[in-house]
Design a protein around this ligand. Structure first.
Ligand code: ATP
Length: 338
């Protein structure tokens, strides 16, 4: 049986813009279990990174409300010292851009050793070096002794990301957050890094939060998926349910906008518009309604809630009951081009 590692309840993370606070993460409730990959998917600006940074306690100026419980301990109210201990030892994060996550002036070996020293100062110099070589091996670096002595700029993008992963797993964390870990890499290297993350999950029995905007990645990797739009979770389900029986219009649009080679689709659906900037997010009603103008207003809930439509499958708003993709004339009439 899997067990809950992380339980987030009614989390809101707000940033001050000019003279008011605006929630980038708005009333999010979700959990992550041991030995599972939970993917968080959504377009740019939907609040994925703001959520990840909240879990890691990395926001310095945000207003955070709600609970983020790691093994029962609330990160929101934790002292900086306790949080620091937790980070790196129990939970860690792989960032989008490996180059900016590494110190350009330090050799790779010293950067990994630094993390080991922070959390286990009793290791001898020899033991530390052995552990670093072992970690570099684990993340698939073929000449670890050589890489130990290299500087970040001497490595390829894929190798740098492997080093960043080695740093993140140095202390065998139980919760790992990977924020778009393959964005900066080319397609073949992307696959290798994703395979590596999957293998590490099995080896360490860790809970992994995989943040991505790529549903293709999600279907290869995730056990469960939370779809995020405009700061809110709009749908959450296991990967099979979400891909075979998506409900929320946003999830369906995301899935329908993936081009496939095998399947002949008469027309790919393009989701018109973008996630509005934080100050302009609609705070009432269904936040996705502006992007589905062909759905009558009365089909949306006034105050959309997450409803459990099947065990473990939650969907926000009732508009999914009558959702359909518009035909050309319907779309044109709403775009004013008919
Ligand atoms: N420190 C901040 N101050 C003010 N606004 C912020 C801050 N960080 C994020 N935002 C805003 O919060 C919203 C969500 O941003 P976030 O980076 O979490 O989105 P995302 O889904 O991770 O996007 P991406 O995939 O592009 O990283 C955006 O409107 C962004 O501009």
């Amino acid at each position: 049986m899997s067990e809950e590692l992380l339980e987030i309840k009614n989390l809101s993370t707000s940033f001050r813009i000019v003279d008011d606070y605006y929630a980038a993460v708005d009333d999010v409730t979700l959990s992550v279990r041991k030995n599972e990959i939970l993917a968080i998917v959504g377009e740019s600006g939907s609040g994925k990174s703001a959520l990840a940074f909240s879990i890691m306690g990395l926001h310095t100026r945000a207003k955070i409300d709600g609970q983020i419980k790691y093994k029962g301990h609330d990160i929101v109210t934790m002292s900086p010292a306790a949080l620091n201990k937790l980070r790196g030892q129990e939970m860690s994060m792989i960032f989008q851009d490996p180059l900016s996550a590494l110190n350009p002036l330090m050799i790779i070996g010293s950067q990994i050793e630094e993390v080991l020293i922070l959390h286990d100062s009793k290791l001898s110099k020899k033991q530390r070096k052995e552990k670093v070589i072992d970690l570099l091996n684990k993340v698939g670096i073929s000449r670890p002794e050589h890489t130990y002595q290299q500087y970040p700029h001497e490595l390829s993008g894929g190798m740098r990301q492997r080093v960043v992963i080695a740093i993140a797993i140095a202390n065998s964390p139980k919760l790992l957050i990977a924020d778009e870990p393959t964005t900066a890499l080319d397609v073949t290297i992307q696959l290798q890094i994703l395979e590596l993350i999957k293998r590490l999950k099995n080896d360490m029995e860790a809970g992994i939060i995989l943040i991505t905007h790529d549903l293709g990645v999600v279907s290869e990797m995730a056990d469960r998926v939370a779809v995020m739009y405009a700061g809110q979770i709009v749908e959450i389900a296991d990967i099979f349910t979400l891909t075979s029986n998506p409900k929320h219009p946003y999830t369906r649009s995301l899935l329908n906008s993936i081009p496939t080679v095998k399947e002949e689709k008469s027309r790919l659906h393009v989701i018109q518009g973008i996630v509005p900037p934080l100050q302009n997010l609609p705070r009432k009603g269904c936040r996705f309604s502006a992007r589905t103008p062909w759905i009558p207003e009365w089909e949306h809930e006034e105050n959309p809630q997450l409803h459990e439509v099947a065990p473990g499958h939650f969907v926000r708003c009732t508009c999914h009951y009558n959702f359909h993709f518009p035909d050309t004339s319907e779309e044109a009439s709403h775009n004013g081009t008919s």
